[in-house]
Design a protein around this ligand. Sequence first.
Ligand code: NAP
Length: 287
Amino acid sequence: MSVTGRTTLCVLLGYPVTHSASPRMQNAAFRSLGLDWVYVPWGVRPDALARAVEALKAIENFGGGNVTIPHKEAALGVLNALSPEAAAIGAVNTIVPRGGTLVGHNTDGTGFLSAVREEAGEEPRGRRVGLVGTGGGARAVAYALGQAETAELGIFSRNQDRAESLRRHMVELFPNLEVLALGLQDISADRLRRLDILINATPVGMQAADPPLFDYKALSDHTLVVDLIYRPSETPLLRLARARGCRTLNGAGMLLHQGAQALELWTGRKAPVSIMRQALAEELEGA
Ligand code: NAP
C-alpha cells in the first residue's frame, strides 16, 4: 500500500485496537476498488474521544471512520448528527463526513441481517427469535430484527431490569413485534424448542473457561444458532449446537457486512464483499 499526498484517511476509534481485523479487511477493499484510501487504527482512551473526534472535523481528507469498544455509546454525544438507526439503537459504529460535519451511523444491525441472510441463508421475517444480552451489540441486533419484521423476540439477560428496559424500547419502536423480557434461568428446553433463531450477544464463550449461559444440550436441531463472537471461530455454544444438528453462524459474517456497509457509506461504491471476506478470513486465521 502506498500513501500519497492525495490519500484519503479512514480511521478506527477504539481502545484497545491492536487486535482489530478491520484494517486488513478495509485496506484490501480500497486496493481492490483502486482507491487511494487508507484505513488506520487509532487507539483512543475513553477520556480522549471528544478530542480525537474534534481532530477529525478539522481534517479535509478524512473519508470516514468506525467506532468500536468502548466508544460506541459515547460517540453519540460528540458527532454533529445521527442517522435514524444510530439514534434508535443508541450507539454509533460508523462515522461519515458530510459538508464539514460528522454524521454517526450504525451498520451493526444491518450487517447482522445481511450475515443471517447471505451467510446462513435464513430470513428473519416472521420468525421467533431468542436474543441473549442487552448491550450495544444486542440492541443493534434487536433493532434490525424489528426492521426485518421478526414475529417474536425473547430477550434473555442475567439482568432483568435491562431486559425489561430493552423490551419497552422495542415495543415503542415496533408495536407489532411481540417482545418478552426473561432471565437466563428461563431458558428451558421448552422455550428453546419454540425458537427459529437463537443469538448470543454476550462475550460468554470468548474464553474457554467461561461457564455456559444455559444448558446448550437442550437446543433443538431446527434452530439456527448465531454467536456474535468471531474469536474463537467456534465457541462452546456453537460447537454443542453443531453437535445437536443445528445450523450455526459465528460473528465473522456480521463483522464483514457491517464493514462492507460502512465502506459503501464512505465511498458511495459497491463493497467488494468477497475480497473483504477473504481478507477477514486470513486475518482471523492468523495468515
Ligand atoms: P456490551 O455492550 O458490553 O454488552 C455485553 C452484554 O453481555 C450485556 O448484556 C452483559 O450483561 C452481558 N454479559 C456479559 N457477561 C455475561 C455473563 N457472564 N453472563 C451473562 N451475560 C453477560 O458488549 P457488546 O458490544 O454488546 O458485545 C457483546 C459481544 O458481541 C462481544 O463478544 C462482542 O465482541 C460481540 N460483537 C460482535 C460484533 C460483530 O461484528 N461480530 C459486533 C458487536 C458485538 P450485563 O448488562 O448484565 O452486564
